[in-house]
Design a protein around this ligand. Structure first.
Ligand code: ADP
Length: 430
């Protein structure tokens, strides 16, 4: 182990089935922490570590290095916390993976489809981490599972405010997570399902349909099944959305993390053939503050435009004439039932495309570029259910000249001219 210049190094010898947990302080100008496996074998959320390679973790990282057989590792730098825990639910998670793998084997034999799994629970119980673990384990035994990301607040796949699906072809990178190539992404537009639950359910159904179509033509995808990550909102309409998702995807297994009431409710409300399993959360999962969540969201958008770690992107900034684009918001503000036009229901208003007149208040908003074909009225119908092909941010609006300036990952012109506005804003401080 070659020391990292200027950094203290601390060695940890881990017994089998224990984990080293550490956190890197949040904020700017924080010293990164490096991790190196010296002897034995270890993994980070399901991805194996290579020996004598230094993995770097930046501000705000919360990591667990787990070992099945025992190992020793070095940490370089000063983590905010670092401790070894013997008390982890990893064995239960591994057993869950083994059970899912049995289902895949059976699916292969009987020419059926593999397990469709929904992971649910309140916020900060480690849902995303369990998804990552199960996906990485599946891919390590040669499967091709699909990650369905329905957490509109903290998406692991795309920018916040989206719902997406991603075919997993290799284990998550220890430092960077899953490689995101060609995900299928839909525009939701805000960070909580509650702002438009009808749209949320509709897009869940769209994803389920596309996934099922893919399974019909791709045997590996069908056998691999899917792991669905959900939002932490588990009451009222949030709960109904989970029930809807279970039915849309025809899930076979629901993993409930650390929430007995939710477990009992789902057992009561889902068909009897759905296996509902209660799993403990890991003591290592760290609660994140509102600010922390907001920072993570901001970071996700920044990454989209500027890249991440080793990969730097150079986004473009150019002007777009109002007359060249059509901007919509999905969902009209709800009005009392008594005021609705005859024959119209609240559902219709929530899925309605409302044209947005560009004004100064558009500044900083994230806009999704719809993949829907440009065209007049007729084409409007499919917009809500069309995936998006990218995102731009409005950086300036000039109402005099009827022009807005946008930040875009690709040079002009825009690939399509139908834009959907998000509630989410991004201020580019670079
Ligand atoms: P959720 O999806 O339920 O909101 P996450 O899976 O995103 O929760 O986990 C929250 C945070 O806790 C993440 O930063 C994750 O890296 C961290 N974390 C999860 N499991 C562990 C663990 N065993 N030890 C240390 N940190 C962990």
């Amino acid at each position: 182990d070659v020391p990292v210049p200027g950094k203290v190094s601390t060695r940890y010898d881990l017994e089998k089935e224990t984990e080293l947990r550490f956190e890197v302080e949040a904020g700017e100008a924080v010293e990164q922490v490096e991790l190196e496996l010296l002897t034995g074998m270890a993994e980070v959320f399901g991805s194996e570590l290579n020996r004598n390679k230094k993995y770097t973790f930046g501000a705000g990282s919360k990591i667990a290095v787990f070992t099945w057989q025992g190992c020793s590792v070095n940490l370089y730098g000063k983590p905010e916390v670092a401790y070894v825990s013997k008390d982890t639910p990893m064995l239960l998670y591994l057993n869950t993976h083994a059970a899912l793998e049995q289902m895949r084997k059976q699916a292969e034999r009987d020419n059926e489809r593999g397990p469709r799994v929904m992971v649910v629970g309140p916020t900060d119980v480690g849902k995303s981490t369990v998804c990552r673990l199960l996906l990485s384990y599946a891919v390590r035994v040669g499967r091709r599972p699909t990650l369905v990301e329905l957490d509109v607040g903290q998406s692991g796949v795309s920018v916040p405010g989206t719902m997406s699906a991603l075919c997993i072809e290799r284990p998550a990178d220890v430092e960077e997570g899953f490689s995101v190539q060609a995900p299928l992404v839909y525009h939701f537009g805000s960070t909580t399902p509650g702002t438009n639950i009808k749209l949320y359910n509709k897009l869940t159904s769209c994803l389920a349909e596309v996934f099922s179509q893919r399974c019909e033509v791709n045997r590996k995808a069908s056998v691999g099944g899917c792991i669905i990550n959900t939002c932490g909102w588990v009451k009222g309409s949030g709960y109904q959305a989970l029930v809807h998702c279970a039915s849309a995807f025809e899930v076979d297994v629901v993993l409930v993390l650390d929430h007995e009431r939710l477990y009992n409710e789902l057992k009561r409300d889902l068909p009897h053939f759905v296996r509902v399993v209660l799993l403990p959360k890991s003591g290592g999962v760290v609660e994140r503050s509102k600010e922390c969540r907001r920072d993570t969201r901001d970071e996700k958008i920044r990454e989209y435009f500027y890249g991440f770690r080793g990969v730097t992107f150079y986004p473009f900034s150019y002007e777009v004439r109002f007359s060249d684009v059509r901007i919509y918001k999905i969902g009209a503000p709800s009005i009392p039932d008594s005021c609705l036009p005859l024959g119209m229901s609240q559902d219709d208003t929530q899925l309605k495309l409302v044209p947005v007149t560009p004004g100064r208040d558009l500044t900083y908003h994230v806009l999704s570029v719809s993949s829907a074909e440009d065209g007049e009225e007729g084409a409007r119908k499919g917009i809500v259910e069309s995936p998006v092909c990218g995102f731009i941010v409005v950086t300036n609006v000039d109402t005099q000249t009827q022009v807005m300036k946008v930040l875009s990952p690709a040079p002009r012109p825009l690939p399509r001219h139908t834009l959907l506005i998000m509630d989410i804003r991004f201020m580019d401080m670079k």
